[in-house]
Design a binder for this molecule. Structure first.
Ligand code: KMH
Ligand code: ZN
Length: 447
């Protein structure tokens, strides 16, 4: 288990006159590295019960000057946990700017300072720490937000106005490759919700091609019948897959989830087309006012059929227990590692679309697994962006969300893919082509 991956801590500090090293009250970059070291130490204590050792920085960027009087928010996240090594990513952001003594403002008192409207990233780094085996105490993993005992409600004072906490910042190792999946049809999205939903094989292939152009390397595929109703018909899948393959080199991942209410035989039909990838839904979940039924025998039957079709399964998880089910399937020999998870967050009745939820899910997956984030409706953008910061892959598209922004329909899935690709690149992520996606997903050339 990658216990601890995603664990995040944040320090907030004020830089004082004693931190200023150069003329104009400028602060030495070494002070920021010291703060990264403090963050690393807290992470190690929470993870291993030991302060550990900082072994190496792999990349350090100083992006803006710091001065006495600045307030910093310094965040670190555990990105990988080895036997003794712990990889981390750090980010320091200025949230309050002290005055520049070199450029005094005659209109302001010397003690004047401003809270910045948006935090400013001033430094980033990647680092590796080590905790020797004999010093690892494996304490119960104490997440920062859980460290305080729950308050006694009866003793609480009158409610006060709620202050919105600052956004949690998680930084990403640069140059991590990223697979963008386009979920362009879905089973629940309707033409009444958006006129941009593709329905015929030709419309589906055209939209797939637009998504490929925008940065997608995988298409998550559902199909519709002539009335636009969701279908798992083998023939309709064959038609859509052939149309997509004629226009693109996308990895085609067929749904075995289908629509709510479908049973095993209906859902399994696309596997007859021997897709490179297929979804395996890992548990039952309330799905809005419906129930998406995935009883354990059905999961096992689909896992066997996916294996027999030579398809790589993507494990759709809507609840934390679905990860446990994936572990059980490995133990039963129905799945082989490395696993590829898709966390579908924010289904009404399922697990919430919140950063700390994703971070906990990540702590539960096996070492070496890859993972992606999908999220429903308005959660799609913030949660997929959070996933990208954490180093994950991403799924966007009309299956999960029809809006580009509040009140503005996305004109197909391609604009959502394009925006995700742009965000990924802004983080230094490399959006991969389908050929590379196949390698990363373990799709062999023969499937
Ligand atoms: N339509 C949802 C009930 C999948 O594609 O595997 C299930 C779904 C999952 O879309
Ligand atoms: Zn689906």
């Amino acid at each position: 288990m990658q216990r601890g991956v995603g664990l995040t801590v944040t320090l907030r500090v004020r830089l004082g006159a004693h931190d200023a090293h150069y003329a104009g009250g400028l602060v030495d970059g070494a002070r920021v590295l010291q703060l990264f070291g403090d963050v690393a130490t807290e992470l190690l204590i929470r993870l291993d019960g030991d302060e550990g050792l900082f072994r190496a920085y792999e990349a350090v960027e100083f992006l803006a000057p710091l001065r006495a009087g600045d307030f910093l928010e310094v965040t670190g996240v555990v990105t990988k946990v080895g036997a003794t090594s712990r990889s981390m990513a750090f980010e320091a952001r200025k949230v309050i700017a002290g005055q520049d003594p070199g450029v005094p403002n005659p209109d302001l008192a010397p003690s004047a300072a401003d809270a910045l409207p948006e935090p400013m990233v001033v430094a980033r780094a990647l680092g590796t720490c080590v905790v020797p085996k004999e010093l690892q105490r494996r304490p119960r993993l104490v997440l920062p937000s859980l460290s305080a005992p729950p308050p006694d409600v009866a003793q609480l004072p009158e409610p006060r106005p709620i202050i919105t906490p600052p956004p949690r910042v998680i930084v990403t190792p640069a140059n991590t490759e990223l697979i963008l999946t386009a979920a362009i049809v879905g089973a629940e999205t309707t033409r009444a919700q958006t006129p941009h939903l593709p329905i015929t094989a030709r419309e589906i292939a055209d939209e797939a091609a637009r998504c490929r152009e925008a940065g997608a390397s995988v298409v998550h595929l559902h199909v519709r019948d002539e009335r636009g109703a969701p279908s798992q018909s083998r023939d309709l899948f064959a038609e859509a897959m052939s149309a997509i393959a004629k226009k693109t080199d996308l990895v085609i991942q067929t749904s075995t989830g289908g629509a709510v209410g479908m049973g095993l035989e209906e859902r399994a039909q696309p596997l007859a087309c021997r897709p490179e990838m297929a979804t395996l839904n890992c548990g039952t979940v309330n799905f809005g006012d419906d129930v998406f039924q995935n009883p354990r025998p059905l999961i096992r039957a689909l896992a066997k059929r996916i294996r027999d079709a030579g398809s790589v399964p993507e494990l759709e998880c809507y609840e934390v227990g679905h990860i446990d089910e994936a572990h059980a399937l490995v133990a039963e020999g129905l799945l082989s590692e490395p696993l590829h998870f898709q966390f579908v967050l924010g289904v009404a009745g399922g697990i919430g679309a919140r950063p700390e939820v994703l971070e906990f899910l990540l702590s539960q997956i096996p070492a070496g697994a890859s993972w992606g984030v999908a999220a429903i409706g308005r959660h799609q953008r913030p949660m997929t962006e959070h996933g990208m910061r954490l180093g994950g892959h991403v799924r966007v598209g009309l299956e999960d969300n029809v809006y580009l922004e509040k009140g503005v329909l996305a004109e197909g899935s391609a604009p959502l893919v394009a925006r995700a690709a742009e965000f990924a690149r802004s983080l230094g992520r490399v959006v991969v082509e389908p050929t590379r996606a196949r390698q990363l997903l373990g799709i062999s050339a023969t499937t």
